[in-house]
Design a protein. Structure first.
Length: 257
């Protein structure tokens, strides 16, 4: 079995509404709810970064903020994915697209494992900032782009072709740093997916699913068992194997995180 991992990110429009002032105001009435403007994605193990916006849809009308056709494309992506990686995805991307799926009367995609790189960063380290832009800088990986200010969002809602071009370029530029962070973080994440399970390779690394596990001269004993620790020759992640009762390779995972 070959798993499909989706690294993805969305951009949304602002909520339009009436207020009585400009400072710490409650919205009196929502005139137009947010919509998904664009989605960018890359499949784990592939090189190409893809991006689609509302303006790429057959029924697009400039100046009309309608995301139904785009949401249908996003649904297909998530339905195909075995796991999906997004930064702050649990609180933003996943919930935003689920809301839009429901608004458009769509069924849920088939189940997939959501991986949130922001949560991993907070769980395993103490970075000063867990924003994607700051993490990319601190870890010296691909950097986020500049959207060109709020004028880009206004231009997209007005149907300006150049604004749509800037928006999709900005959205696409989020994917390389997100991919880099995911690949770095997964060796550290003790709550990640057992990749050797979903790849059908029980003798490989549970972190990345491809690396060979080399034994380290380190053992750890519990009250009932003795474990030997291993390190992946590919991603550097560690795993352990019970020494007292080794598990057959063909029956279940040889290594556990």
């Amino acid at each position: 079995m070959i798993s499909r991992g989706l690294v993805w990110d969305i951009e949304t429009s602002p909520i339009l509404g009436y207020t009585w002032g400009i400072w710490e105001q409650n919205v009196i009435e929502v005139v137009e709810d947010y919509k998904v403007l664009s989605v960018a994605w890359q499949w784990v193990g592939e090189k190409k970064v893809h991006c689609l916006g509302q303006d790429d849809m057959p029924g697009f009308i400039p100046g009309v903020n309608d995301d139904k056709e785009l949401m249908e494309r996003i649904w297909v992506l998530l339905d195909e994915a075995d796991y999906a990686v997004a930064h702050n995805g649990d609180q933003f991307d996943v919930k935003k697209v689920n809301a839009r799926f429901l608004v458009h009367g769509m069924m849920p995609p088939s189940p997939y494992k959501q991986i949130d790189t922001k949560k991993i960063a907070k769980r395993v380290a103490g970075f000063t900032s867990n924003r994607l832009k700051d993490l990319a800088r601190d870890l010296n990986v691909n950097q986020k782009g500049d959207p060109g200010g709020f004028a880009t969002w206004k231009g997209c809602m007005a149907g300006e072709p150049q604004a749509w071009k800037r928006m999709k370029k900005y959205n696409r530029q989020d994917i390389p740093p997100l991919m880099d962070l995911y690949l770095q973080f997964r060796a550290w994440d003790k709550q990640g997916i057992a990749m050797n399970t979903i790849e059908g390779k029980p003798d490989k690394c549970p972190k990345c699913g491809v690396g060979v596990m080399w034994p380290k001269m380190k053992y750890r004993a519990t009250n009932s068992n003795l474990y030997q620790y291993y390190r992946c020759a590919d991603c550097g992640g560690t795993a352990k194997s019970r020494v007292a009762e080794p598990k057959p390779k063909n029956e279940r995972n040889m290594y556990v995180s």
